[in-house]
Design a protein around this ligand. Structure first.
Ligand code: KIV
Length: 271
């Protein structure tokens, strides 16, 4: 008799049920096989292969430089590790804004070449044609509203969005539009908690917040930030669960010292 326990994959339907039952959704980024395996094993519902890889993996100032090929490389590594989590992959800047055919081709490449389960796109009504075309091909789409980092040069800063009524109203309309088109969830980034609450309550699909307060249906963070690998980034919304940069720095310093002092390797650590 096999003692192998089947792991049940989280699907977009599972997320819908979680919202209906009031169970919060846990989402975290990952960009490589080893980290994704740890994240998946810990019980994450959604792993986001975010274009934040451009910042935390490649060291760019913004998310704009990362390419579709690079996103596919990160996504395929994560997919090989994720046994339970739903894997969502960001369509990178420039791969979907041009026209809906290009958007569909980009989404198809991600699904075919990485084996991921869905894509995420930033924007509202402006990208509705592309969202529709991708959904029509059977690819689940997660929306992303509020602070949309691919538009950072339009905003000029990373401060809280939709504080004023005109922008808040556009966000309400965009959220409804994305739901109407068939998106399975929407990320709400850095908007007032009261607005995120209102939007979350008005939608049937789950909202996933980052800096959008406690009333979203789920939460997402960037793994390097919440593990304290990235020391310099400390916004108010971030809860840091570990100080890995200090742990890693200490371990690596010990390694250097052991080599210099000739204590590594010792007799038991050689053949
Ligand atoms: O790229 C990313 O990591 C994201 C999250 C911040 C939601 O889009």
């Amino acid at each position: 008799m096999s003692v192998h326990k089947e792991v049940k994959r989280i699907t977009t339907n599972t997320l819908q049920e979680m919202k209906a039952h009031g169970e919060k959704i846990a989402m975290l980024t990952a960009y490589d096989y080893s980290m994704a395996a740890i994240v998946d094993e810990a019980g994450m519902d959604i792993i986001l292969v975010g274009d934040s890889a451009s910042n935390v993996m490649a060291g760019h100032e913004t998310t704009l430089p990362i390419t579709l090929d690079q996103m596919i490389y990160h996504a395929s590594s994560v997919v090989r590790a994720a046994k339970r989590a739903l894997v969502v992959v960001d369509l990178p800047f420039g791969s979907y804004q041009g026209n809906s055919k290009e958007a569909l081709n980009s989404a198809i490449r991600i699904m075919k070449e990485s084996g991921a389960h869905s894509v995420k796109m930033e924007g509202g009504v402006e990208i509705s044609e592309s969202v529709t075309r991708i959904l029509t091909a059977g690819i689940p789409v997660m929306g992303h509203l509020g602070l949309t980092p691919q538009s950072i040069y339009k905003f000029g800063t990373y401060t809280v969005r939709a504080k004023h009524e005109a922008e808040a109203q556009k966000l309400r309309e965009d959220a409804l539009k994305l739901q109407e088109l068939g998106c399975f969830a929407i990320v709400l980034e850095k908007i007032p908690a009261s607005l995120a609450k209102e939007v979350s309550e008005s939608l049937n699909i789950p909202t996933i917040g980052i800096g959008a307060g406690q009333h979203c249906d789920g939460q997402v963070l960037v793994i390097h930030d919440m593990l304290g690998i990235n020391k310099s980034f400390k916004p108010r919304f971030l809860r840091q669960y570990a100080s890995l940069s200090e742990v890693m720095n200490g371990a690596i310093k010990n390694y250097v010292n052991d080599i210099k002092s000739k204590s590594f390797p010792n007799e038991k650590e050689q053949y």
